[in-house]
Structures are given as structure tokens and as C-alpha cells.
Design a protein around this ligand. Structure first.
Ligand SMILES: O=C(O)CCC(=O)C(=O)O
Ligand SMILES: [Fe+2]
Length: 347
């Protein structure tokens, strides 16, 4: 028996013994510091690594590109994240931004109007709903429960958005739902896509009182799929997935109006980071004591038929119903692909 083989046998028994002791250690451990366990595991992995030294370079070669991408993403994502000032620089189809959409006087008046009305407190921000109530549990509206016309103080806005850039002739521009959000300094909004089945294509959001950054995230085809009813909710991304997400951001100054439509509404998650200072190029721009946004939308009457099926709860519902029907008719086994779009039908 060669010296190397004897040496490797010895090492295996050492690994076996120390792995046993790790297991024992974990079974007895209650309040010991986790660093002890990590140190012990590291030694084991080091020994295992030595044993498999021939295959290590191959594995390293395979994993290195992803590992480097993840590391760069994790370390530099907040430092080198570009923030556009103009929608044309953002480069997301369907996103338009108009600065100074309202005057300083109009802004004061809108704030006074909403401050004179009843706010509803959520855990971190306050809201008001007009036209239809937005239900946070289902991320949808109760379309049978009409609250009344939008308040008269927004009627000139409703008029002005009719000639907003980017609008097609056959798009319905008659907004009938308004959500007013008041974010205290440092509070943002989780990444989400406004529910396709709840609202028509156009979403207008007016910023007042303070600025913020709005980030947009696009998931690569096939990586993001949530096969339950709340398809638009985003969950914690793994570092690997997060390194493949396309992220873009735009600065929203007070009195600016953003339009999210088409791909920008249906396929990109929008998100307001939770922070007190926004980095825009070289500048650090502090958030004001609050930001109040006025989001105008049109309640959808039928199902959404957008080409972005991966994010569309209407089409997910249809697919689910179709599958259920198929099962009844042909007793076919339920396939996961039926709920979760395959690569070919994602756009
Ligand atoms: O505050 C904003 O501008 C956006 C609000 C929003 O995305 C929403 O209410 O769905
Ligand atoms: Fe939204």
C-alpha cells in the first residue's frame, strides 16, 4: 500500500471522527456561541477539500463566474447603482416622467386638502383611498364597492394627464381610483407589480412634499415565478437570483409625475428603498420629513390580456381554471408547468 493511500485513509478516519464530533457538538449545544460550530465545520471542510484536491480546480472553475458576480452585486450594488434623472436615460419601455407637473401653489393646496381629511394608518405609512378602496390583503380593489367620484381638487390633474407623453389614442385615460400615500422620512415601499387584474394599463404617480428614488427590477425569463394567487408579491431573493436581476432607478423630485405603462407596469417591479438619504450620482439627497404621493389608476373591468403572462394574475387564473377543466375532462395528472409558465410562453 503506497504512502499516499495510507495517508488518505488516515485523513478519512480523521474526517469521520471530527464529523461525528460536530454532530455530537450540535446535539448538545444550547447556548454555546455559533462561532465555535462554524470554526469546527470549517476545519472539516478544509480536510474534505484537501482530499478532493484533484476535483477542486474543476469545481472552482465552474463556480467562479457566479461567485464573482454575486460578490460584486453584494458589495457594490448600493455604491455604483446608477440613478437616472430622466425617463429617457432609464430606458424602460412605458416609463415616462414629467418634472414640475404641478406648481408649488398646487402642491401646497393638495397637501392641505389631504391633511384635512381622514388618514388610515398602515404599519409604516398613512393612506387615503378615493373612488375604490384598495385591499392590501389581496392587493386588489373591491370593484363592487364604489366610494364616489374622485375629489374635485384633483380634477385639473385628471385633465392634464390626458395629454401626458407616451399615451396612445386608444388607451383609457379616465382614472377612477386614487391612492394617497404618506411616507415618513426613511420609509419606502416593498417591490411589487400593481396587480394586473385590478388596474388598467396606466398608472400615474405624483410626488409631493419630498423626493425619493424609485427602483425598477426585471427578473430574467424563467427565474421568477410565483405559482400562487399573489403572483405580484416579491419574496426575498437569493443572492444568486439577485445577481441576475436587472435593476434601474429614477429620481422622483417633488411635483414630478411618473407614468408606468406597458412593460414598465406589467413586467417591472417598482420599489422605493427604505432610506433617509438617496444617492444620485455624486450627490446625497436627504429625504424630507415626509413624501406624499398621489397614485391615479383605472379599475379594470375585464381580465388582463397583457403579453407578460409570467406576472399576470388574470392569465394565471385562466390557466388554473383551464387546467382544472382539463383534469375533469381527461383526468390528466396535474402538472406544475400548468401553473408556472414555461420559458417559451414568457415575454
Ligand atoms: O408612492 C408612489 O409613488 C408609488 C405608490 C405605489 O406604487 C402604489 O401605491 O402601488
Ligand atoms: Fe405600485
Amino acid at each position: 500500500m503506497s504512502l499516499t493511500v495510507i495517508f488518505q485513509k488516515e485523513l478519512f478516519s480523521v474526517v469521520g471522527i471530527s464529523l461525528g464530533s460536530v454532530l455530537e457538538f450540535f446535539s448538545t449545544m444550547r447556548n454555546r456561541p455559533a462561532s465555535d460550530a462554524v470554526a469546527l465545520l470549517s476545519i472539516n471542510w478544509f480536510i474534505l477539500g484537501t482530499l478532493s484536491s484533484r476535483t477542486l480546480p474543476v469545481i472552482a472553475h465552474m463556480l467562479a463566474p457566479s461567485a464573482i458576480r454575486i460578490a460584486v452585486q453584494l458589495v457594490f450594488k448600493d455604491i455604483f447603482f446608477p440613478v437616472s434623472l430622466l425617463a429617457s436615460d432609464l430606458g424602460i419601455p412605458g416609463i415616462y416622467l414629467v418634472h414640475d407637473f404641478i406648481t408649488v401653489e398646487e402642491e401646497k393646496r393638495f397637501l392641505a386638502e389631504v391633511d384635512n381629511r381622514q388618514w388610515r394608518s398602515l404599519s409604516k405609512r398613512r393612506v387615503q383611498h378615493y373612488g375604490y378602496e384598495f385591499l392590501y390583503e389581496t392587493r386588489n380593489i373591491d370593484s363592487k364597492h364604489f366610494l364616489g367620484e374622485l375629489p374635485s381638487f384633483v380634477s385639473n390633474i385628471l385633465q392634464k394627464i390626458l395629454s401626458f407623453p407616451g399615451l396612445g389614442r386608444d388607451q383609457n385615460k379616465e382614472m377612477d381610483q386614487l391612492t394617497v400615500n404618506e411616507y415618513p422620512c426613511g420609509v419606502g415601499l416593498s417591490p411589487h407589480i400593481d396587480t394586473h387584474s385590478a388596474f388598467d394599463e396606466l398608472i400615474f404617480s405624483l410626488s409631493t412634499a419630498g423626493p425619493c428614488i424609485m427602483e425598477f427590477r426585471r427578473y430574467p425569463e424563467g427565474t421568477w415565478c410565483h405559482p400562487t394567487a399573489s403572483v405580484n408579491e416579491i419574496h426575498e431573493d437569493t443572492p444568486l437570483l439577485s445577481s441576475y436581476i436587472t435593476r434601474k432607478a429614477i429620481f422622483l423630485p417633488p411635483r414630478s409625475m411618473i407614468l408606468m405603462s406597458g412593460e414598465g407596469h406589467y413586467a417591472w417591479h417598482h420599489y422605493i428603498p427604505h432610506c433617509k438619504v438617496d444617492r444620485v450620482g455624486e450627490k446625497a439627497i436627504g429625504r424630507s420629513s415626509r413624501r406624499v404621493s398621489f397614485t391615479f389608476r383605472k379599475v379594470r373591468k375585464g381580465p388582463c390580456c397583457c403579453p407578460y403572462k409570467q406576472y399576470c394574475d388574470s392569465q394565471l387564473e385562466c390557466r388554473n381554471q383551464q387546467v382544472k377543466q382539463n383534469i375533469v375532462q381527461s383526468s390528466l395528472p396535474l402538472k406544475r408547468e400548468a401553473f408556472c409558465p414555461t420559458d417559451t410562453d414568457q415575454i
